[in-house]
Design a protein around this ligand. Structure first.
Ligand code: GAL
Length: 359
């Protein structure tokens, strides 16, 4: 029986990717063909997670015989557009994009489509473009549900104050996280059990441009100097660890912790090393862990099957309407991490070493 060469490579590829995601290196990797270059455009190196995503994808693509061109645009939308243009001009076989502004890529992606270059939207949905082939992400609504549930559980019975922060308005994920959180907190707020003293409960009022911790810190400072001048804030919904660190700084500078009122419940996302240390020391309450090695694996598999004539596996064909089309997605499950389970999940799971957390 003759088996097509492409099919053989997909099988070999799948085997290699499976082991790569588990952090082990296969002893021998069959000599791979040169299968061209994959352009990987990530938002920024300022947040540790994107560095992890980029490195994991490079490793996994290379194991399949692809070359990679990994570019970070340091949150500069125009710089990301320019590097995508270069990738298209260079004849890259596929593009994997973690967008900075999910609404700003329509025109550059039409050039990719004209050159028949498939596009994988990575973690963040690219909006307003029909030229997005697939979406690899996590269950983003559930991220918010986990954060809000952590708040409700940690506060316990009685009445409490809470303030809400959301991510960058130009990132499609930000609204999903917020909606997920409000699916839990909304009823607590309308019943009066939770009070948002600032009155700022609308998404548009609580976003944080570019997920910037310094921007969040300023808003928290204003809240502490205003509605919380006389009253304690009991919980803060934060969508991402970098924002949580800004919020915690504002709280500590205003006297929370260190002998003052106890720090409020503060949530987060990404299990960034600095923030996991804050969870271990009791300053931050929880984070939502999303294993970037697994996300990389999904994106690599999607890309590879597109390039070898296969059909990428998806598990959601409804939720992610980008304004032009519903983008077929594979969504991984996020995990709630707090003081009780961070060692088991993150250290036993090989995401961090005990030495990194102690350092
Ligand atoms: C989101 C992503 C989060 C977090 C945030 C800030 O799009 O889903 O995990 O990384 O960006 O970088």
């Amino acid at each position: 029986m003759r088996v097509p060469k492409a099919a053989l490579w997909s099988v070999a590829a799948a085997l290699v990717v499976t082991t790569a995601g588990c952090g082990s290196t296969p002893e021998t990797v069959a000599a791979s063909p040169d299968r061209g270059t994959i352009g990987i455009a990530m938002p920024t190196t300022k947040s540790a997670r994107w560095v992890g995503d980029g490195d994991s994808m490079v490793k996994q693509f290379q194991q399949l015989g692809y070359r990679t061109d990994l570019q970070y645009a340091q949150d500069d939308v125009q710089a990301q557009v320019s590097s995508l243009e270069k990738m298209i001009e260079a004849g890259d076989k596929a593009l994997v994009i973690g967008a900075i502004d999910g609404t700003a890529l329509k025109s550059v992606l039409s050039k990719a489509a004209a050159a028949k270059i498939p596009v994988i939207s990575y973690d963040r949905l690219i909006r307003d473009s029909s030229d997005v082939s697939y979406y690899a992400s996590f269950d983003n609504f559930k991220v918010g549900v986990l954060q809000a549930t952590a708040i409700v559980d940690a506060l316990g019975p009685g009445e409490h104050t809470v303030e809400l922060f959301a991510g960058s308005a130009d990132d499609n994920n930000a609204k999903f996280f917020f909606d997920g959180a409000m699916s839990v907190l909304g009823k607590e707020i309308s019943s009066g059990r939770l009070e948002v003293r600032s009155g700022q409960t609308a998404f548009a009022k609580v976003t944080t441009q570019r997920w910037d911790g310094a921007v969040a810190k300023k808003r928290m400072q204003a809240l502490l100097a205003g509605p919380y001048k006389q009253t304690r804030v009991d919980a803060v919904l934060s969508p991402y660890d970098g924002i949580s660190r800004g919020i915690l700084e504002a709280l500590q500078e205003a006297g929370y912790g260190q002998g003052g009122p106890a720090l409020p419940v503060v949530t987060g996302q990404d299990a960034e090393l600095e923030s996991v240390k804050l969870i271990a020391s009791g300053s931050q309450t929880e984070t939502v862990y999303k294993d970037t090695r697994e996300l990389a694996k999904v994106a690599v598999q999607m890309t590879n099957s597109l390039l070898t004539g296969g059909e990428p596996e998806v598990n959601d064909t409804k939720q992610y309407d980008n304004g032009v089309k519903v983008v077929p997605a594979f969504l991984l499950q996020p995990v709630n991490v707090d003081k009780s389970n961070y060692e088991r999940v993150l250290v036993d799971g090989g995401y961090y070493t005990a030495a990194q957390l102690a350092g």
